[in-house]
Design a protein around this ligand. Structure first.
Ligand code: NAD
Length: 521
């Protein structure tokens, strides 16, 4: 097996970086952290690619031989995926904590283990209904003559899953549940940043599934790139917009359909009618869970100009209440690697240099510069401008810029001038304003009076729009995403073509048919 592994965490450089953070932009970050090493140092072994191609072939052969995939086999697979998580949830949570440096065991159990089990059970409960063929209408009067039209949701075959590090179990085994419900086989390439979790996932999947049902391939970004060039029947990618572009290009070469679950800057609109104390609590909770390393984390906050201080105070107070200390507090997660940590430090330094007020929420006055724990306090940025990194890139960490508006339309215009976000949040009890914000903006999804929560509603499709993603899963839509909607039309015995005048030689009946169709709506 070829394992490129996690990028070396140079703790010394990391510690220095924390004191004098280098200016690392997101693009640099992606480039330097993803750049392929010279061939001799890090060959993307041909045998690794051949190994993946061989697994794909075995899975597709098994899939073809088993058609039609019985619902009982699909149910059995979902049961096994759930059993894997029930039996080894604690082990996986420990592996995630080891990968992050520290990740709250309870938080991991909630977000990655029970959340995924819950979604598996939801799929299990609804899959029969989702898989039912649908009757569709036929053109008049064909139905009267016995014609039938139906839509069948059939499995696509083998689906590739490329998953990120921030919720390594939820974002690999979660979609797997729905991919299996739809009757497919799957190959998973988890992130190289959470190496221990990825290795354990590979081990466990091999224990609970035959390789021709589900297989895990671990390795470097080069392995991921080769993975994305395989001729799957569908490819699901969860990760950054920059990598998503590469994945779509690679998939296009084989015309592989893709679902891209990407990131973006999800704004929070605080309306004047909001309950500021409650909003502050919910925003702080969403921003500090997983140390802000969430695709749907509230990225920045837009508040009425005269309420800025109240809004900032409420977020700050909530952070104090939930995390009275940070460094030795197991509830608070570390930033995943030194590189990611340094990027966030650079982002704050850049904002400070360009005139932002930086408010570090450090309730116990701890000295963060003296540790290698990669813990970063919630950092609120006021007085931000568009030229700051923090307003140009997805933050993906515990940094919260605050922008102000006199009229909510200014905030709407700002959001519309930028990339369409993955999530959008509105706080307030003014239904008119809420609808105005929702109707004048576009985003993947919305939570009203909280953040992030729409993703945990299993029955709602989850996905982005434009740069924040293509396609979605969760809900009945996810089952359809991983299925081929196959149209089946059955022609009646009667000679329809002749009756309608469609069969040459054309004559009066033909002309009557054309005249009938040529009426305005
Ligand atoms: P990433 O794009 O760096 O990596 C994601 C996956 O892509 C990894 O498994 C990696 O191995 C693989 N990869 C790397 N280079 C590749 C290449 N050239 N070709 C193909 N695959 C390649 O993302 P990340 O840093 O792991 O995760 C953070 C990003 O993911 C953020 O932007 C976040 O918003 C986004 N995200 C989105 C969702 C969602 O559901 N929409 C969920 C979580 C994270």
């Amino acid at each position: 097996m070829l394992h490129c592994g996690k990028f070396k965490q140079d703790t010394f450089a990391g510690a220095i970086g924390r004191i004098t953070p280098p200016l690392v932009t997101c693009d640099d970050f992606v480039e330097t952290s993803r750049k392929a090493k010279p061939e001799e140092e890090n060959p993307m072994a041909d045998d690794k690619k051949s190994e993946m191609e061989a697994i794909l072939k075995r899975q597709r052969d098994a899939f073809t031989a088993a058609r039609p995939e019985p619902m009982s086999a699909r149910r059995d697979r979902i049961k096994r995926a759930i059993a894997l998580l029930v039996d080894h949830g604690d082990d996986l949570a420990r592996a995630m904590s080891a990968d992050f440096g520290n990740r709250s065991h309870e938080a991991s159990m909630i977000t990655d283990i029970t959340g995924t089990i819950g979604f598996g059970k939801y799929c299990f409960k609804h899959m029969d209904k989702w898989a039912r063929p649908e009757k569709r209408g036929t053109r008049f009067p064909l139905g009267l003559l016995g014609a039938k039209a139906e839509l069948r949701y059939e499995p696509k075959g083998v689906v590739g899953i490329l998953s990120p590090w921030n919720f390594p179990v939820n974002l690999s085994i979660g979609p797997l549940m729905q991919i299996l419900a739809a009757g497919n086989r799957a190959m998973i390439k988890p992130s190289e940043f959470t190496e221990k979790t990825s290795e354990l996932t590979a081990e466990l999947v091999a224990k609970y599934f035959a390789e021709e049902e589900v297989a895990v391939i671990t390795g470097s970004p080069e392995v991921a790139a080769a993975f994305s060039s395989l001729p799957f029947d569908h490819l699901l990618f969860t990760g950054s917009t920059a990598t998503g572009r590469k994945v779509m290009e690679a998939a296009a070469r084989n015309l592989v359909p893709v679902t891209l679950e990407l990131g973006g800057k999800s704004p929070v609109f605080l309306g004047r009618s909001a309950n500021f104390e409650q909003a502050g609590e919910r925003i702080a909770m969403g921003k500090m869970l997983n140390a802000g390393q969430i695709c749907l984390a509230p990225d920045y906050m837009y508040v009425p100009e005269d309420k800025e201080q109240t809004a900032v105070d409420s977020v700050r107070q909530a952070a104090h209440n939930m995390y009275p200390t940070l460094l030795d507090n197991d509830d608070y997660t570390s930033v995943v690697t030194d590189r990611h940590f340094d990027r966030l430090q650079s982002m704050v330094a850049d904002a400070r240099d360009k005139g932002a007020d930086v408010i570090e929420v450090n309730p116990a006055n701890e000295d963060f510069s003296s540790t290698n724990a990669r813990k970063m306090p919630l950092t609120i940025l006021r007085n931000v401008s568009d030229d700051m990194m923090a307003m140009q890139e997805e933050i993906f960490g515990p940094v919260l810029p605050v922008k102000t508006y006199k009229n909510v339309d200014e905030a709407i215009d700002y959001v519309n001038r930028n990339d369409r976000p993955l999530g959008l949040y509105y706080f307030g009890s003014d239904a008119g304003e809420r609808e105005h914000v929702l109707q004048r903006t576009i985003s993947g999804g919305v939570t009203v009076n909280d953040v992030i929560m729409h993703v945990s509603m299993d029955d709602l499709p989850f996905g982005g729009v434009g740069p924040s993603g293509i396609g979605s899963y969760h809900g009945p839509e996810g089952f359809k995403e991983f299925s081929h909607a196959r149209s089946v039309y059955t022609q009646p015995k009667a000679d329809i073509a002749k009756l309608a005048g469609l069969k040459p030689p054309f004559g009066d009946t033909t002309r009557k048919t054309i005249a009938r169709e040529m009426k305005k709506a």
